[in-house]
Design a protein around this ligand. Structure first.
Ligand SMILES: Cc1cc2nc3c(=O)[nH]c(=O)nc-3n(C[C@H](O)[C@H](O)[C@H](O)COP(=O)(O)O)c2cc1C
Length: 287
C-alpha cells in the first residue's frame, strides 16, 4: 500500500502508484478545513532517511471530496482516506464525508509528530484516542484503521486501547520525532524546527512496534516505516504485519518499488514452500 502523504494528493498521482504495482493507496491526511502547512524547508534529507514537517497542508474535506470521487472513478484498488481533526467530532465529520464520497476505508492519523492539538497529541493520550475512535466508528460503516506513533512509552498499550475502542486495523508506524541542525547557520533546518524521521533508519523501530503490537492485539497490523524492498516487507510480516505501506522509498526507488516488493514476496513464498502470505504473518513469534 502507498503510505499517507507521499504522492497522495490527486487522483493522477495515486494512479501513478497503482501503475507501479500498489495494491491499495492511502491519501495525504485531510482535515475539516483547508490548512496551509509550514514554511519551507519542510523536508530535509539525512544519511539514513528524510525528516519532514509539512504541517498537514491540505485543501479540507469540503474540496477534497471531489478528488476522492475522481480517484474512485479511475482506480481499481481500494482507496483509503487518511484523516485528522482537532476533536472527536471533527474526525467523525471528515470520516463521514470521505466515506460518503467513496472511501473504502479511513485511516485515522493520530500520530503526526509536529502539529499541535492533533496527531500524536491525540494518539499519546488514551482517553482522547478512545473518544475519537468510538465517534468515528459510530459515524461510518467502512473499516477504520488507526495509525500509531512510535513516540510513546508502550505502543502495545495504545494499540490495545485502540482495538478496544473499535479499531479494525492498526497501522504502525508514523514518523519518529527528529531534528536536523545546520552547522553553518547553527540553526535547525526545517521551518518548523522539529519534524518526523522516515526511511531506512526507522525500520528496526517499526519492526519492534509491529512485534509488540502483534503480541497484544488480534486485528490486522499494517506495517510502515523504512520498507524499501521485498526483504523488508517479509521481515515486517514475520514480525506480525498482514500488509505493508511504502512512502520514502518511492523517492529513491520510484513507484515501481511496489511491483518489485510484491514480486519478491511471491518468490520468497515459493522458495520457502509457503502457499500464501498469511502463512508467514507473525511467524517470528513461534517458539
Ligand atoms: C513527506 C512526508 C509526508 C507525510 N505525510 C503524512 C500524512 O499526511 N499523514 C500521515 O499519516 N503520515 C504522513 N507521513 C508518514 C508516512 O505515511 C509514513 O508513516 C512514514 O514516512 C514511514 O514510512 P516510510 O519510511 O516508508 O516513509 C509522511 C511522510 C513523509 C516523508
Amino acid at each position: 500500500m502507498l503510505a499517507s502523504g507521499i504522492l497522495g494528493y490527486t487522483a493522477q498521482t495515486l494512479q501513478s502508484v497503482v501503475d507501479g504495482g500498489a495494491g491499495a493507496v492511502v491519501t495525504k491526511s485531510i482535515g475539516l478545513k483547508p490548512r496551509k502547512g509550514y514554511a519551507n524547508p519542510t523536508v530535509v534529507q539525512t544519511d539514513c532517511g528524510l525528516i519532514n514537517a509539512m504541517g498537514l497542508p491540505n485543501p479540507g474535506i469540503g474540496t477534497y471530496v471531489n478528488e476522492i470521487r475522481e480517484a474512485k472513478s479511475v482506480l481499481d484498488v481500494p482507496l483509503v482516506v487518511s484523516i485528522y481533526g482537532y476533536s472527536e467530532g471533527e474526525y467523525a465529520m471528515v470520516a463521514k464525508k470521505a466515506v460518503g464520497a467513496g472511501a473504502d476505508a479511513v485511516e485515522l492519523n493520530v500520530s503526526c509528530p509536529h502539529v499541535k492539538e492533533t496527531g500524536s497529541e491525540i494518539g499519546q493520550d488514551p482517553e482522547s484516542l478512545v473518544k475519537v475512535i468510538e465517534k468515528v466508528k459510530a459515524s461510518v460503516v467502512k473499516p477504520v484503521f488507526v495509525k500509531l506513533s512510535p513516540n510513546v512509552t508502550s505502543i502495545a498499550d495504545v494499540a490495545d486501547a485502540a482495538v478496544k475502542a473499535g479499531a479494525d486495523a492498526i497501522t504502525a508506524i508514523n514518523t519518529v520525532r527528529a531534528i536536523a541542525i545546520d552547522s553553518d547557520t547553527a540553526l535547525p533546518i526545517l521551518g518548523n524546527r522539529v519534524g518526523g524521521l522516515s526511511g531506512p533508519a526507522t525500520k528496526p523501530i517499526a519492526m519492534r512496534c509491529i512485534y509488540d503490537i502483534y503480541e497484544r492485539v488480534r486485528v490486522p497490523i499494517i506495517g510502515c516505516g523504512g520498507v524499501a524492498n521485498w526483504r523488508d516487507a517479509v521481515e515486517f510480516m514475520l514480525a506480525g504485519a498482514s500488509a505493508v505501506q511504502i512512502g520514502t522509498a518511492i523517492a529513491t526507488e520510484g513507484p515501481g518499488v511496489f511491483q518489485l516488493v510484491s514480486r519478491g514476496i511471491e518468490e520468497y513464498l515459493g522458495r520457502k514452500g509457503f502457499r500464501n502470505v498469511n502463512e508467514i504473518v507473525g511467524l517470528a513469534h513461534k517458539t
